[in-house]
Design a binder for this molecule. Structure first.
Ligand SMILES: Cc1ncc(COP(=O)(O)O)c(C=O)c1O
Length: 384
């Protein structure tokens, strides 16, 4: 059967993979080498220097392309290094329209690194697609979407944004870190480019930092490959191997993350001391219908606000958790809790942060794949 025809749950294991040429190793060896012998200048077997290409990284890049329904995958040293490569497609004076509620580090690279090179960023609430159209002008080159957004779990209608992007000949990039291709595949919905912090669900075990880009178009892939090699923010072979291994169980983990996510979201929603729960699978979520349309399930990322809580009350709750670990990051097998205002989103100024709902009492959970009843009991005792 052609690999393109495989169903998603088979692509995670086999997509873009073949046994290694040397000894038929089923898992690609970790080609821990910086360079490759040549018989004559240019006489090599496809690899010459590990910044330009490495067989373990290529195995991962092929897997990434397969699971995201793209044609080309590119792996980087981190999610932010992958974003850095995307913005380097642009020139001074070009404009980008981005979600206003996005990972703090994404906001920081846009505002504090690329704005000084003359690239202009507009941050809008994309749940309402008309808000995007208002900002499009002749200089707009890129629309940057995160959905679900971090940490407010807003859902952006990728098909609707893609229609708009095509109409105005603007590139559409989707940060698919939270959803993963198990839950949604933006390239199938018309996006041009998918980005991942593979550090999260793709790696899945909180043991590696890595970033990824996936595209369909050859010309775009060539431009990105040029930047990947010329700027050099690549990942090493060991890290490539770890993410490739993570991807092989992505579908099984995501199924459980989503089941546990539902159990916790429902528990929090019915808890008398909880004011608000943000999880796209709840009927009460303002973009639930769009989520149902574009996602296969709703994942394990949840944010919530305890009733009448202050900054200090929220900190107390996260400090009292035992099964959940208080830590940055998300998407691993273990449950993590975070306080966005002081952790992941501290790099966004307070007024900017609060405009998108990231108030001081907001708590974010990355629900892992432990037994859901242990997680609920832990939250119960910490909320008090
Ligand atoms: C949604 C999202 N995008 C991008 C990033 C950046 O990725 P990395 O930390 O791998 O550089 C993160 C990291 O938390 C993230 O959550």
């Amino acid at each position: 059967m052609s690999q393109k025809k495989l169903k998603f749950n088979s692509k995670t294991i086999h997509g873009g993979q073949k046994p290694d040429k040397a000894y038929g190793a089923v898992m690609p060896p970790i080609y821990q080498t910086s360079t490759f012998a040549q018989t004559t200048p240019g006489g090599h077997q496809g690899f010459e220097y590990s910044r330009s290409g490495n067989p373990t990284r290529t195995a991962l890049e092929n897997s990434l392309a397969s699971i995201e329904s793209g044609n080309y995958g590119l792996a980087f040293g981190s999610g932010l290094a992958a974003m850095d490569a995307v913005i380097k497609l642009l020139n001074p004076g070009d404009e980008v329209i981005s979600t206003n509620d996005l990972y703090g580090g994404s906001y920081r690279i846009f505002k504090q690194i690329f704005e000084k090179y003359g690239i202009v960023f507009h941050f809008v609430a994309m749940q309402n697609v008309n808000e995007i159209e208002k900002k499009i002008n002749s200089k707009t080159r890129l629309i940057w979407v995160e959905t679900p957004t971090n940490p407010m779990m807003n859902i952006i209608d990728v098909k609707a944004v893609s229609k708009l992007a095509k109409q105005h000949k603007v590139l559409l990039a989707v940060d698919n870190t939270f959803a993963t291709p198990y839950l949604q595949r933006p390239l199938e919905m018309g996006a041009d480019l998918v980005m991942h912090s593979a550090t999260k669900y793709l790696g899945g075990h909180s043991d590696v930092v890595l970033g990824a880009l996936i595209v369909k178009d050859k010309e775009l892939a060539d431009q990105l490959y040029f930047i990947q090699n010329a700027s050099g923010a690549v990942c090493g072979p060991m890290d490539s191997f770890l993410v490739l291994r993570g991807i092989k169980t992505l579908h099984v983990r995501m199924q459980r993350h989503s089941e546990n996510g539902r159990a916790i979201a429902e528990f929090l929603q019915n808890h008398p001391k909880i004011e608000k729960v943000y999880w796209p699978g709840l009927d009460s979520h303002p973009n639930h219908l769009v989520a149902k349309e574009q996602m296969n399930d709703f994942g394990g990322m949840i944010s919530f606000i305890p009733k009448g809580a202050s900054y200090d009350d929220a900190i107390k709750i996260v400090e009292h958790l035992n099964v959940f670990t208080l830590a940055e990051s998300l998407g691993g097998v273990e449950s993590l809790a975070g306080h966005p205002a002081s952790m992941t989103h501290a790099s966004i100024p307070k007024e900017e942060r609060e405009k998108s709902g990231v108030v001081d009492s907001l708590i974010r959970l990355s629900v892992g794949i432990e037994d859901a009843s242990d997680l609920i009991e832990d939250l119960e005792q910490a909320i008090g």
